[in-house]
Design a protein around this ligand. Structure first.
Ligand SMILES: NC(=O)C1=CN([C@@H]2O[C@H](COP(=O)(O)OP(=O)(O)OC[C@H]3O[C@@H](n4cnc5c(N)ncnc54)[C@H](O)[C@@H]3O)[C@@H](O)[C@H]2O)C=CC1
Ligand SMILES: CC(C)CCC[C@@H](C)[C@H]1CC[C@H]2[C@@H]3[C@H](O)CC4=CC(=O)CC[C@]4(C)[C@H]3CC[C@]12C
Length: 440
């Protein structure tokens, strides 16, 4: 049962003085007050009992917001927001950018900050929202500060996603940890109050012991012990973001932060899916099962991850006390399957076949091959970059069950996946098919 607290608007100074019609003028003041009341309440449901001049009404904060919204939109008080998306040209970042443009009506400027700017940004510049592309490096504090200045909300997705040994541990740390610290400091110095960080399920696990995490949620106990630079860096950065919640930003108001932890993301633009597809084509339309079908992986569609970012960014403002400093797994209704069987949901309809009901090679041989790959990578480093998919870390992750089952995002900010599993699947298949078309 949600805890519901009745709050009389006659307790609100604006309401007491003005009466209903005049509250519309002062609606932002009233909402601010109502919001604070809601934040103080425990649980997720709060009822506001409105008693204007004898007319008794009861409404949830959501309803109240909808009542007042038209008034806000008409008035000069309608807020125009500036968003900054770091890593906005990446796989997830591009979806976040497009989702914001579609789903955030209060957006007036969207800044896209990335090390490399992509040509598709140009097509966004013709719309009603001002799109500003900023080429920059999150490790450079002054570049980050310039991009953040004047932004209301920062969505920090930029990161070095490397589990294949392409970059050095120092570089991974610099981009993922120092880069995140730079974003936090820029928010504090420029007075930006809302920061959403793209963390990862890897912050939790799989851990070095290869213990399964089966249908876990944000409170499931699990020994999060890592050695690999990528999960270590994501865990450190996430902690920095959560600890920054409540810090006073320029102007004296508190910073509100939260972290989203996607499981393995899939969808249009997914590089590893692309690699598997091309590998399958090279092998005559076949892929060979390497991992037992019983090892389940949590996967989430990129459109839903983007949608969750947009929702969080929007709701942080209204539910600061509830959401600030929180972590949320990113989830949707994608089925629990092994990594390879899940990929076949898309690669199968595109003509590939997964050979073997069981792994073709014994596990000990895979371990040996993974170790050999690691050795070769180290030996060849002075000459060339050897970074195959299989290494001791990717094998351990692929071979460990890690699935989440939670409704925290639904309870805290009303998240429901925007794309059903069928739609996510269809969109991803279409993207693979388009790749096939373009390869011919
Ligand atoms: N791909 C996945 O399955 C998952 C990804 N994540 C997280 O999601 C975020 C986005 O990941 P993806 O889109 O998959 O990766 P991506 O590599 O496609 O995107 C990352 C973006 O960050 C940019 N970037 C990298 N270094 C930068 C720097 N120094 N300064 C500015 N920009 C920089 C890149 O140019 C790229 O556009 C990352 O933080 C990652 O840790 C979390 C869970 C799963
Ligand atoms: C040939 C091998 C036996 C199979 C290789 C598959 C692996 C390359 C991938 C299996 C699981 C993936 C990881 C997982 O989805 C979680 C992730 C979260 C992130 O934040 C970044 C990416 C990744 C580590 C992802 C990377 C590829 C796998 C290890």
């Amino acid at each position: 049962m949600p805890v519901q607290r009745r709050v009389a608007t006659r307790g609100c100074p604006v309401a007491r003085e003005w009466g209903l019609e005049r509250w519309r003028l002062g609606c932002s003041l009233f909402l601010e007050w109502a919001r604070r009341e809601e934040e103080q309440a425990e649980g997720d449901g709060v009822l506001l009992a409105c008693w204007p001049r004898g007319r008794e009404k009861t409404a949830s904060l959501g309803t109240l917001r909808r009542w007042l919204q038209p008034g806000m939109a008409d008035s000069a008080q309608a807020q125009k927001l500036v968003y900054l998306v770091t890593g906005g040209c990446g796989f997830l970042g591009e979806h976040v950018v497009r989702m914001l443009l579609q789903q955030e009506p209060r957006l007036c400027e969207l800044r896209i900050f990335d090390l490399h700017l992509d040509p598709w940004l140009e097509e966004l510049k013709t719309g009603p929202v001002q799109v500003t592309a900023i080429q920059g490096d999150v490790t450079q504090a002054h570049e980050v500060a310039a991009a953040v200045a004047g932004a209301h909300v920062v969505i920090h997705t930029a990161g070095l996603v490397d589990v294949f040994g392409r970059a050095s541990p120092e570089t991974i740390h610099e981009v993922n940890v120092q880069g995140t610290q730079n974003v936090i400091e820029a928010c504090v110095q420029s007075g930006t109050r809302f920061l959403v960080y793209t963390s990862s399920m890897e912050v939790v696990g799989p851990n070095v012991k290869g213990q399964p995490f089966y249908r876990g949620n944000e409170n499931t106990p699990y020994e999060a012990a890592h050695r690999h630079p990528y999960p270590c860096s994501k865990a450190l950065a996430e902690r920095l973001v959560l600890e920054a919640n409540g810090r006073k930003v320029r102007g004296g108001l508190p910073l509100v932060t939260c972290a989203l932890r996607p499981t393995g993301i899939y969808g249009e633009g997914h590089q590893i899916m692309r690699d598997f597809y091309h590998q399958g084509l090279r092998l005559g339309g076949r892929l060979f099962r390497a991992i037992p079908a019983s090892v389940e992986h949590g996967r989430v569609y990129v459109g839903n991850v983007a949608w969750m970012h947009v929702l969080v960014a929007r709701e942080l403002e209204h539910r600061a006390a509830l959401m600030g400093g929180q972590v949320y797994f990113c989830y949707d209704n994608s089925p629990y399957k092994s990594y390879e069987d899940f990929n076949m949901e898309f690669l199968g309809p595109c003509g590939l076949r997964l050979v073997g009901a069981r792994p073709l090679l014994p596990y000990w041989l895979l371990v040996l091959l993974a170790a050999l790959n690691a050795l070769l990578q180290w030996l060849l480093r002075p000459l060339l970059l050897y970074a195959p998919l299989l290494n001791p870390y990717t094998l351990a992750v692929a071979n460990t069950t890690f699935t989440v089952s939670t409704d925290k995002a639904q309870r805290h900010f009303g998240y429901e996946p925007l794309f059903s599993w069928e739609e996510s699947r269809t969109r991803t298949i279409r993207w693979v098919q388009a790749m096939e078309g373009s390869a011919q």
